[in-house]
Design a protein around this ligand. Structure first.
Ligand code: NAD
Length: 252
């Protein structure tokens, strides 16, 4: 227990994948963690794992597209733990794969709602709570698909580019008041989202590994480490940054 002793963190999408790993990393560093997700059983399992390891966490059933849920998520941090210091707005969905002219309007809306509206609603509720508490740090999950085009997932790519724009604008607006805002652009990370892609197209993972100079998929903990670092005092002069953690994928 070091840096984050006495601090509070919210992690969305923390019932599995990157969010679960990040929630555990924040707790390991001493933060009390609000685990927010749609999936109740898996979210409660994340909390149980944190508690078993000696940490502190609470699950809050949250749909990040719903302003009332997002408000209740932030209230849970303030009411249970006395304030809000860090937020990792990470919940996201890939959506259906199809060329742009075959994309359904429903799929477009769903992906934009979760990945973009969710980050907007999250920051909108988190920033006032952080300002009340002397400042804080926010990390949003973008993607290498916020840096590069990827065929068949145009709504996803559009949402992840937009997350970087939101991140930079929030950083301009709030850094002087003590809230740093950054994004992480993960490469291909071994999570349930990628397992789903593997089911759809078994060769897609081999192709992703071949396109990753480091020669393997990333692990969710490696993204959790980056989120923890961006929230720590070690990153005290870092704001408005889209931090790529992709094994070199987007460097070619
Ligand atoms: P995942 O599917 O394993 O986990 C996503 C979590 O978000 C799930 O627990 C899900 O229940 C939750 N979620 C979905 N919709 C939600 C909603 N409306 N409200 C609350 N929670 C919701 O995915 P992951 O791979 O861990 O991805 C996490 C984030 O990282 C996403 O934003 C994703 O776009 C991004 N990302 C993933 C990769 C990758 O290769 N896995 C790469 C780049 C970016």
């Amino acid at each position: 227990m070091t840096d984050f002793d006495g601090k509070t963190a919210i992690v969305t999408g923390a019932s599995g994948g990157i969010g679960e790993a990040a929630a555990k990393r924040f707790a390991e560093e001493g933060a009390s963690v609000v685990v927010a997700d749609l999936k109740v059983e898996e979210g409660e399992a994340t909390v149980a794992d944190i508690e078993d390891a000696g940490g502190e966490a609470t699950f809050v059933e949250t749909d990040v597209t719903d302003p009332a849920d997002v408000g209740a998520m932030v209230d849970a941090a303030v009411d249970n733990y006395g304030g809000l210091d860090f937020a990792y707005n990470n919940a996201g969905i890939e959506g259906e794969q199809a060329p742009l002219s075959d994309q359904s309007i429903d799929n477009w809306q769903q992906v934009i709602d979760v990945n973009l509206r969710g980050v907007f609603l999250g920051m909108r509720a988190e920033i006032p709570a952080m300002l009340e508490d002397g400042g804080g740090a926010i990390v949003n999950t973008s993607s290498i698909a916020g840096r590069l085009g990827f065929p068949e997932i145009s709504p996803y790519v559009a949402s992840k580019f937009a997350v970087i724009g939101l991140t930079k604008t929030a950083a301009l607006e709030y850094s002087a008041e003590g809230v740093r805002v950054n994004a992480i652009c993960p490469g291909v990370i071994d999570t349930p989202m990628v397992a789903h892609s593997r089911e759809e197209d078994p060769q897609s993972i081999d192709q992703a590994v071949a396109a990753t100079p480091i020669g393997r998929l990333g692990q969710p903990e490696e993204i959790g480490d980056a989120a923890v670092w961006l929230c720590s005092d070690d990153a005290s002069f870092v704001t408005g940054e889209a931090f790529t953690v992709d094994g070199g994928y987007s460097s070619q």
